[in-house]
Design a binder for this molecule. Structure first.
Ligand SMILES: *Cc1c(COP(=O)(O)O)cnc(C)c1O
Length: 416
């Protein structure tokens, strides 16, 4: 069954190369391949499955909606499904002291929320330049790509990617001087934890400095919360613990629909909402099935017990990974990330890759990021601490094995 992919799908495919099986069933934190083998999924759609696969309540509501004949595609017409989602989202924003944001539904992808944010910041300020940060990933369409630093991705552009100044992430010394010596920017765009860039977590003083610099220049702060948002860091928004950041624009996608249906949103501080009607459009601006499932996800957050369990799980993940680092001294491991957006940095990409492959043999799917040297461990936020601890034990054993094998071959090659 594999052959069709190699024969007929573009060479651009990527994740599937690390996990060359064919999946056909999914539930919670499990995936099954066509031979019936079960895997624990810690890739979680790179953060698009924060509630696990096929959350029963989300599936039930989507199926009911279809059975009742609800409209699926409706451009940006008013629908009951959209009204319900917006009402629940407004309640979440109110509860977080964020009542002064309006919601734009761009097309259904993270990169489209970023495109809308960059476009609006440029339009509102009349400036073309944007400041982005090394290691940042904002999407693969040209505007977002210009703010993305991966050489592999940029190399695919085939055209210059202008009007973006890229500065070191979470590094304070040259921030002001570098920005002040360049063109005045329309915006700063950043992730509070860099998902694809290797789970680098920004520190409070740096975030505060970015905000103050933006204020001084009349520029806007865009937080790309596509991966870090929707609970991944332990709270709904990744910037909740940094009130000093006060983003002007917030990009959301990945887990916004709750069950992996394509959806994106841009939160816009109300006074920046200077779009003319129809000035930015798209066919799939808010998909009703995604609204229905997304409403079920927001219902979860309305329950303080759920938010508490997510925060607890995030704490347990940090603790177990800290223990793994301590239990495997001499392996050069570093704990990276924040909350349930954590992972382990290895001394090199080869070892991280060997651990990923070893995990896959052991029935666990987890990918690397940050030039391949960081193992990303993204369990669904619905996992219990006990379930996570069992998985963490397995991860520790696989790392110990892979490191021993790597050492063994180093010894052999030194001898040979
Ligand atoms: C995934 C991601 C994007 C792009 O989202 P797509 O849906 O793949 O276009 C943008 N920013 C961040 C931080 C992401 O993780």
């Amino acid at each position: 069954m594999h052959e069709i992919f190699a024969a007929r799908e573009s060479a651009v495919r990527s994740y599937c190369r690390s996990f060359p099986v064919v999946f056909e069933r999914a539930s919670g934190h499990h995936l099954w391949d066509t031979s019936g083998r079960r895997y624990v999924d810690l890739l979680c759609g790179a953060g698009a499955l924060n509630y696990g696969h096929n959350h029963p309540e989300m599936v039930r509501r989507v199926v009911d909606y279809l059975t009742a004949g609800g409209p699926v595609q409706s451009l940006d017409l008013h629908t009951r499904a959209k009204a319900e989602f917006l009402e629940k989202f407004a309640q979440l924003l109110d509860a977080k002291g964020m009542s002064d944001y309006v919601v734009q539904f761009p097309g259904p992808a993270g990169t489209l929320a970023v495109e809308a944010a960059l476009k609006l910041a440029r339009k509102v300020t009349g400036r073309t330049h944007v400041v982005a940060f090394r290691g940042g990933f904002h999407g693969a369409s040209l505007g977002s790509l210009a703010a993305t630093t991966s050489p592999l991705l940029r190399g695919g552009a085939g055209t210059p990617l202008p009007h973006v100044t890229i500065l070191p992430y979470d590094s304070t010394p040259e921030l002001e001087s570098a920005v002040l010596s360049g063109p005045v920017p329309a915006a700063f765009i950043l992730e509070t934890v860099q998902g694809e860039g290797g789970l680098n977590a920004a520190t409070r003083p740096w975030l505060g400095r970015v905000r103050r610099l933006a204020d001084r220049l009349g520029a806007h702060v865009i937080v790309d919360d596509v991966q870090a948002g929707c609970g991944r860091t332990g709270r709904f928004f990744s910037f909740e613990e940094f009130p000093e950041l006060r983003p002007d624009l917030v990009c959301l996608s990945k887990s916004l629909s709750g069950m992996g249906l394509p959806m994106a949103a841009l939160l816009i501080r109300r006074e920046l909402d200077r779009w003319a009607p129809g000035e930015h459009n798209g066919t799939f601006r808010g998909h009703n099935l995604a609204f229905v499932a997304g409403s079920a996800a927001l219902d979860l957050w309305a329950d303080p017990d759920f938010a508490g369990r997510v925060a607890d799980l995030a704490g347990v993940i940090r603790q177990t990974l800290t223990e793994i680092v301590a239990q495997l001294p001499g392996h050069g491991l570093t704990l990276v990330g924040r909350g349930a957006m954590s992972g382990l940095r290895f001394p090199d990409a080869d070892l991280a890759g060997a651990v990923r492959d070893g995990l896959f043999r052991a029935g666990v799917i987890a990918e690397t990021s940050g030039n391949g040297s960081v193992l990303k461990l993204f369990p669904p936020l619905t996992l219990t601490p006990a379930q996570w601890c069992e998985i963490a034990d397995l991860i520790r054993d696989v790392i110990a094995d892979a490191a021993d094998t790597a050492r063994g071959s180093a010894v052999v090659s030194a001898v040979g």
